[in-house]
Write a protein that binds this ligand. Structure first.
Ligand code: ADP
Length: 269
């Protein structure tokens, strides 16, 4: 017979420390989510008013100043949106829509957003949706576009010559479910093998010089991977090494819109 009082006390202590740590982490994320929301409201006013200001008569200098305020406001808003998404995902509050959408349109809209930057850098930008892929699907088009835009703009950002190519393939899953395999491939700076798994951790960039040279917060990939997971898929990156380009791949599961008994089911979603 042995006395287990001490080991029981220790495990109770551990349990308590663990739940305290979890509560603290949740409180931190909730605080971040609330703060970013509070910050967005006045920031939207700054951006909105600057847009109006830009349409009023001003000297060239004044116009330049106002344009800088506008661009910085937009950049700040993007960072805050990332932080908001990240903290929401962290406390499990990121919710997805379930609405019919057109896959090709989502892909084209995402490409449209990065086209100006790709043109500036003389990069080729192309996409292919494999024949037979159902394009009428049900899911969260806005969040899917967010994933694609993020991967595409990273690809454009880290590529100095060559091309960025998006491809979509699909396979049938159970019932009316479709599994999509989406890849964004670039001929850019590439990624060292030991960095590949780290990219998807929050606040992680390949190295400190990345921040100096390319900017960014290191939150984008952590968020979009989480989104892909919420859509029933996953995300990973492949690269043959520095200078060899990179491919970011993700999967999602989505029901085909035409396979749903239209109105009746949709209204209940
Ligand atoms: P951010 O771009 O805001 O720094 P991300 O989470 O989107 O944050 O990306 C994290 C890091 O992953 C980037 O800083 C970069 O080092 C690396 N990375 C992402 N996409 C690519 C790419 N297409 N080619 C090379 N490196 C990439």
């Amino acid at each position: 017979v042995s006395d287990v009082t001490e080991s029981l006390r220790q495990s109770a202590e551990l349990e308590r420390a663990k739940s305290e740590a979890e509560a603290a982490a949740r409180a931190k994320s909730l605080f971040l989510a609330n703060m970013s929301h509070e910050i967005r409201t006045p920031l939207n006013a700054v951006i909105g008013m600057t847009t109006l200001l830009l349409d009023t008569p001003m000297s060239d200098d004044q116009h330049d100043f106002a344009r800088t305020i506008h661009a910085s406001g937009e950049a700040l808003l993007e960072i805050i949106n990332d932080i908001l998404d990240y903290s929401k995902a962290d406390v499990g509050k990121l919710e997805l829509e379930r609405q019919p959408f057109d896959l090709r349109r989502v892909v084209e809209e995402s490409l449209d957003l990065v086209t100006p930057r790709a043109l500036e850098k003389s990069l080729n930008l192309a996409y292919q949706i494999e024949e037979g892929t159902p394009e009428a699907l049900i899911g969260d088009a806005v969040r899917l576009r967010q994933i694609l835009t993020n991967l595409l703009s990273n690809a454009v950002k880290f590529t100095h010559q060559g091309e960025v190519f998006a491809s979509i393939e699909s396979e049938r899953a159970e019932g009316s479910m479709q599994r999509l395999h989406i890849a964004v491939e670039d001929t850019g700076i590439g990624i060292a093998a030991d960095q590949l798994p780290r990219l998807f951790q929050s606040f992680t960039q390949v190295d400190a010089s990345t921040t100096r040279k390319y900017g960014g917060t290191g939150l984008g990939l952590a968020i979009v991977k989480r989104l892909a997971e919420l859509m029933g898929g996953t995300m990973w990156a492949e690269s043959a090494g520095p200078g060899q380009g990179s491919t970011f791949r993700f999967t999602i599961a989505a029901p085909r819109a035409d396979a749903e008994p239209a109105q009746a089911t949709l209204s209940g979603l």
